[in-house]
Design a protein around this ligand. Structure first.
Ligand code: HXC
Ligand code: NAP
Length: 272
């Protein structure tokens, strides 16, 4: 079930928008008549996403760019703005993750996630800034519960996503005067996504354990996150900025995350 809001003639740019949660957001905006630009690293993902979005009827443009490459991110925005004009809605959601204990993580393993999630988000927001509609643009960072809930085996993602939420808050301060709103969406476990497969529930047993620890006792859908993105970018959310909004069935208030602790790692019991 999807919110019905009119985005006809609006330019929506979604970095990391070719698969999973962010692609769900792209589909929702395309259904509401927006001109949608999606960008990510892999040509095959960009091409497939554009083909599927075009079938929804709106104007679509795809760009291949790695968020770690500041210049390439800048070129992606110039190309997109040349096609569809100034950006009304920017979603920054490119991310990478893997499970690994800190004591086994290499420097490069830590750095790669911080580079994609945190430095990459800065690149996207910084390069988008000159092209954002002022006043009126809505910017959304896709973060994660890791930004405020410490999770084992994810020191890199926890550190990076906490940083992304601080980008949201600082830029809400700096850009608010120009009429730009910026918020974070923090999805809980969203079924059928890469993050869900990798981190939450690689097996049926872990799936059941993960569901049991969501207060609403179920997983989220792509539409749950897309609806929040549509709402946040609509005039109904015109006074919301600098907010970190969980969409997680209440997961943010649940303190124990055993599903992640069981994901193929040795017993956590210690002697003393
Ligand atoms: C330990 C690992 C590892 C693993 C990679 N590394 N995978 N270390 N365990 N499973 C280490 C490598 O050994 C290397 O360090 C360094 O990380 C870089 O690895 P590369 O493969 O060269 O990096 P790259 O090709 O740039 O790929 C980045 C990536 C990859 C993050 C590793 O997984 C990726 O592209 N992911 C994008 C898709 C994704 O992850 N989506 C899920 C997002 S979910 P050395 O020292 O050997 O050089 C999410 C939150 C969900 O963000 C929250 C749910 C609650
Ligand atoms: P996903 O499908 O892997 O989405 C990640 C997207 O980012 C892909 O389109 C990927 O495309 C792109 N990307 C990755 N590295 C990139 C880079 N260096 N430069 C440019 N683009 C890059 O994963 P997902 O699970 O849907 O996650 C989407 C977002 O939701 C992420 O921000 C994640 O942290 C957040 N999240 C997910 C969950 C969940 O349950 N899935 C929960 C909480 C938060 P390419 O491979 O083509 O680059």
């Amino acid at each position: 079930m999807q919110l019905n809001l009119d985005f006809k003639g609006r330019h929506v740019f979604i970095f990391g928008g070719t698969t999973g949660i962010n692609f769900g957001i792209a589909q929702a905006f395309a259904r509401q008549g927006a001109s949608v630009t999606v960008a990510s690293r892999k040509k095959e993902n960009v091409e497939l996403a554009c083909k599927q979005l075009a079938e929804l009827g709106g104007q679509v443009h795809g760009v291949c760019a790695d968020v770690r490459d500041f210049e390439a991110v800048g070129r992606a925005f110039e190309e997109a703005v040349h096609n569809f004009g100034a950006i009304d809605v920017l979603v920054s959601g490119a991310a990478g993750n893997f499970l690994c204990e800190a004591k086994d993580m290499s420097s490069n393993g830590f750095r790669v996630v911080v580079d994609i999630d945190l430095v990459g988000s800065f690149h996207v927001l910084r390069q988008a800034y000159p092209h954002l509609k002022k006043p009126g643009a809505s910017v959304i960072n896709v973060t994660a519960p890791q930004s405020f809930v410490p999770m084992r085996y994810q020191v890199h993602a926890c550190a990076a996503k906490a940083g992304v939420d601080q980008l949201t808050r600082v830029l809400a301060l700096e850009w608010g005067g120009e009429g730009i709103r910026i918020n974070s969406i923090s999805p809980g476990p969203i079924e059928g996504t890469e993050g869900f497969r990798k981190l939450m529930a690689p097996t049926e047993k872990e799936r059941a354990a993960a569901a049991a620890h969501v207060p609403l006792r179920c997983f989220g859908t792509l539409d749950d996150i897309a609806n929040l993105a549509l709402f946040l970018s609509s005039p109904y959310a015109g006074y919301i900025s600098g907010a970190l909004i969980p969409c997680d069935g209440g997961g943010a208030i649940e303190s124990v995350k055993p599903a992640l602790e069981g994901a193929g790692h040795a017993s956590l019991l210690a002697t003393r």
